[in-house]
Design a binder for this molecule. Structure first.
Ligand code: 1JT
Length: 257
């Protein structure tokens, strides 16, 4: 039992650029010996993802488009993955979206459209990709998604993203229950706020980061590498009896009031 991922293949969904959490996860899995399949949404990202994948010290990465709001595209993408590699050993789901103009002010001003959009992309997509990946995970495996404290308790401004993350967190437990019999584990990493492209549109994100630096037990913000280390643990056999779980990778911030 160790952290090696030699001879294993993982799908990493959500790399946008070198600051992406998904890229921190990809680097950790690749350094542990994994072969990676990257999916991205939107043609403009393909170049970024290809350039990043080329920096890994292996040349067998696969890069595919996948708009996770389109069930047919998900089916097509996983049919291609099945053709290319046959078996996968896990999946990292690092996808979320909401209208950033609804990530400020009062939650009750959330529009029906904004609510459905945030839940469709940030929560239902995990269920959809788990359903598509399950048939390819014939040797068992591990699915990891990204969540945030705002789904467990009120974090000012996180608003509809928090409600979507609460839905994602519950989905992790129900999915874990469904696929556990296939030897597939499903867990969430609750990361502290990280300055990524997603966070660009967040008003006053600096004060969110400053709070972590000044008040978290470890007195420091979290990096994509920190998240990658925990993702490697969750993808490896060292977490063999952990499923339906959430691990906070947040410098301990969730433990203080
Ligand atoms: C305290 O508020 C916050 C604390 C952390 C964050 C960072 N963050 C965590 N999950 C996110 C999902 C999205 C965005 C930012 C996200 C932006 C694009 C949509 C998806 C955002 C806010 C608002």
């Amino acid at each position: 039992m160790n952290l090696s991922l030699d001879n294993r293949t993982y799908v990493v969904m959500g790399v946008a650029n070198k600051r992406s959490i998904a890229w921190g996860i990809a680097q950790a899995l690749s350094n542990a010996g994994a072969r990676l399949i990257f999916t991205y949404a939107g043609d403009r990202l393909e170049k970024n993802v290809r350039q990043l994948a080329d920096t890994l010290d292996r040349d067998d990465s696969i890069i595919l488009p996948c708009d996770i709001t389109d069930d047919e595209e998900i089916e097509k993408t996983f049919a291609t993955i099945k053709e290319e590699v046959g078996v996968i050993h896990g999946l990292a789901h690092c996808i979320a979206f909401a209208n950033t103009d609804e990530l400020k002010g009062e939650y009750l001003n959330t529009s029906r459209e904004g609510f459905l959009l945030a839940h469709n992309i940030s929560s239902y997509s995990l269920t959809a990709v788990t359903k598509a990946a399950r048939p390819l995970m014939t040797e068992g495996g591990s699915i990891v998604t990204m969540t945030y404290l705002g789904g467990e308790r009120v974090v000012q401004n996180y608003n509809v993203m928090g409600v979507a993350k609460a839905s994602l967190d519950a989905s992790v437990k129900y999915l874990a229950n469904d696929v556990g019999k296939d030897g597939i584990r499903v867990n969430a990493i609750s990361a502290g706020p990280i300055r990524t492209l997603a966070a660009k549109g967040i008003s006053d994100f600096n004060s969110v980061l400053k709070q972590i630096e000044e008040r978290s037990p470890l007195r420091r913000t979290v990096t994509p590498e920190d998240v990658g280390n925990t993702a490697l643990f969750l993808m490896s056999d060292l977490s063999s009896a952990i499923t339906g779980e959430m691990i906070h990778v947040d410098s301990g911030f969730n433990t203080i009031s």
